[in-house]
Write a new protein. Structure first.
Length: 670
């Protein structure tokens, strides 16, 4: 039976899960479709998905149809769950991109389109919600052509729109589905669409192009065959209108999924990172990639694999070429929604699940030990949003580390670190929604935490040269303590330490101790107790005692000298800065720039691609504490951003004064 794996991807709200449920029902896989509003869909089956009413993870759905083993990977719509989106697209052979007939192309559409481009993924486009008020197929088609790279053409056109949407017409054959008369106005639209589709098809075939330009008639059968080849090759993207709610257009969509898109065996050889290739055949040497990992409370760890070549059977020993270890596979399963069905083999093209293999991670390659191959890992963006998490009780604190490790195992876009300066446990992800779901998962694991905006790790520095002495003298019977040094400090790039002592005023063996003392004092600046950075220290002079001098005495003297020198060095406050990249529709550019200016940002550049504007700026970290939610509100959930560290910069005096006062209050109350 031919195997086809299709990734279903869209901007949030386009109706993916409702469409997936309708396709399951139409194919006969389920007796009645569930509803997102009721939490009864096969796709969104986790407690969190039912509670929130949207997809959080990629769900695997099996739709046997017309003698084809069709698997649909229903990916989340929200960009916060980028790992699930990219993993689902990469594990497929083709993509079905869903667009709302009311909303048209949105930022999420462009994002999944770019991901499909990155993996050279053939795709088709379904314009959903054609039964809605203000649905406009032709406006969306124009939007697709203007906004997305690559040739897009209508292969079906609607019979009516909005409440009057009652069927679709095949542009090449002129046949309506369901069968009905096509009124003259729609016939004119079909003729115009056929001309545009014919132009797009012949551009993908040199022989047809020559005949077409010579005025030769190209038959419908030839055009259909050329269209199928072009879709398989990813050189033409057909568009059709549907309604997941009324079911109009679903038969045509199902037929296209199983006949128009390429099968697993038709995708061609796959290439590993070392240049080795594998044919996508059940008879080739085995290879597979783990594309997602989840943990079931009853079954344990589930590793979802896409078998790229060969056939996997229970009892086989395979090599994890990413980790360099061999694993023995005991049981094989085929997933569909929340259900797992044990099978005797997983041939090339299959989506399967392996259990009780704790050392498998998302992105790992599995291969025949005799003929190993390794595929490149899935690239994921850096986290964009961070919160501090605080266990509510000692028991929660004890379990937090293991729970966070489990979350990171399921979702590599979640990062957890402890900020050394503030001591806070930080959790980073793709947005506030992503982190909110992560906190809910912690609670489900029995770990209760509260969250807050992270404390900003401010630093201090100096702006002038200064000199001072530090002398430590203590006598308490017997050997005393004596250390004396004079230092010069000056602004510099990073930390520097050197000696200018002459004449043996301080023995060289004590210089490392002075440096340690200086570094001790740098941990707590004179303004607000923040660590010091960017200063160069020179030991100028000093004195010692043959009996009472020691390493600890000179370490203490070095610390005292630095503290004394700070008084005349014009200390100042520094704040961490990040480089921010914001992507949003160009229509929001003015609002984005105005908002960034209120955040003390320095805009570095603006680039336009289609209808999307990317703004790059450096922004103080303190000004982005709630940026994920603010950007969502500012752009109507059509913006996305990423950040990466960009060093430190001076804090303006009026802001620094307030920070210093608050910090002194904290230290006084500690």
């Amino acid at each position: 039976m031919p195997i086809r794996v299709v990734s279903l991807a869209a901007h949030s709200g386009a109706g993916k899960t409702t469409l997936a449920e309708a396709l399951l029902h139409r194919s006969g896989a389920i007796s009645r479709p569930g509803r997102v509003e009721d939490g009864t869909t096969h796709s969104d089956h986790t407690d969190a998905e039912k509670a929130h009413g949207f997809s959080i993870q990629t769900s695997v759905l099996r739709l046997p149809h017309a003698g084809t083993d069709l698997t649909v990977l229903d990916t989340p719509g929200y960009a916060d769950f980028v790992r699930e989106i990219r993993g689902g697209i990469r594990a497929a052979d083709s993509a079905l991109v869903l667009v709302s007939a009311v909303g048209g192309v949105e930022v999420g559409t462009e994002r999944v389109w770019a991901t499909a481009d990155r993996f050279a993924m053939p795709r088709l486009v379904a314009v959903n919600k054609m039964d809605r008020d203000r649905a406009d197929f032709y406006a969306v088609l124009a939007d697709l052509k203007a906004s997305l790279p690559g040739p897009v053409a209508a292969a079906w056109v609607p019979l009516g729109q909005g409440a009057d949407f009652r069927g679709v017409v095949n542009v090449l054959t002129g046949e309506a589905s369901p069968p009905q008369d096509v009124p003259p106005t729609v016939q004119a639209e079909v003729r115009a669409a056929r001309e545009a589709l014919t132009d797009a098809i012949v551009e993908t075939d040199d022989d047809l192009m020559t005949r077409y330009l010579d005025g030769e008639e190209v038959g419908t059968g030839e055009l259909q065959a050329a269209l199928t080849r072009a879709v398989h090759a990813g050189t033409l993207y057909p568009v059709l209108p549907v309604s997941a709610v009324t079911g109009v257009g679903l038969d045509s969509l199902l037929d296209l999924l199983v006949t128009g898109l390429r099968s697993a065996q038709e995708r061609g050889p796959l290439t590993g990172v070392d240049g080795q290739t594998r044919e996508p055949s059940p008879d080739a040497p085995f290879s597979a990639r783990v594309w997602r990992v989840s943990v079931d409370p009853f079954v344990g760890k589930l590793a979802y694999v896409r078998v790229w070549s060969g056939t996997l059977r229970p009892g086989d020993t395979v090599q994890n070429t990413t980790q360099g270890a061999e694993v023995r596979v005991a049981h094989l399963y085929i997933p569909s929604g929340k259900d797992l069905t044990e099978v005797a083999e997983l041939p090339a093209g299959s989506i399967g699940v392996l259990t009780k293999l704790p050392d498998l991670h998302a992105g790992d390659t599995l291969a025949d030990p005799a003929q190993p191959v390794q595929y490149d890992p899935l690239w994921l963006p850096d986290p964009a949003h961070t919160v501090a998490i605080h266990p509510t009780a000692r028991a929660d604190e004890d379990k937090l580390g293991a729970a966070l490790a489990r979350l990171r195992e399921e979702d590599p876009t979640l990062h957890s670190t402890r900020e050394p300066q503030t001591g806070e446990q930080l959790l980073s992800g793709m947005g506030d929604m992503h982190l909110g779901i992560a906190v809910e998962k912690l609670s489900a694991l029995g770990v209760n935490v509260t969250t807050s905006a992270p404390r900003i790790p401010y630093r201090e520095t100096i702006h002038a040269r200064s000199e001072a002495q530090g002398k430590h003298r203590k006598q308490s019977g017997g050997h005393g303590q004596y250390g004396d040094c004079r230092l010069r400090i000056e602004p510099g790039d990073g930390f520097g330490f050197r000696s200018a002592v002459v004449g043996g005023a301080i023995p060289g063996k004590y210089l490392p101790s002075i440096e340690k003392g200086v570094q001790d004092a740098m941990q707590k600046g004179s303004l607000a107790g923040y660590p010091l950075q960017d200063l160069h220290v020179t030991v100028l002079d000093g004195s010692y005692h043959d009996v009472d001098s020691s390493d600890i005495a000179f370490r203490t003297a070095g610390s005292l000298a630095l503290k004394n020198a700070l008084e005349g060095a014009r200390p100042g406050l520094l704040e961490p800065v990040v480089q921010l990249r914001v992507r949003a529709p160009a229509s929001f550019t003015g609002d984005l720039i105005s908002d960034l200016q209120t955040r003390r940002a320095r805009v570095q550049g603006m680039d336009t691609s289609g209808t999307v504007m990317t703004v790059t700026a450096t922004v103080p970290q303190a000004e982005l504490q709630n940026y994920s939610a603010d950007l969502r509100s500012l752009t109507g959930d059509r913006g996305a951003f990423s950040v990466k560290p960009h060093g430190y910069q001076p804090v303006p005096d009026h802001i620094a004064k307030k920070i210093i006062e608050e910090r002194k209050g904290e230290l006084a109350g500690a």
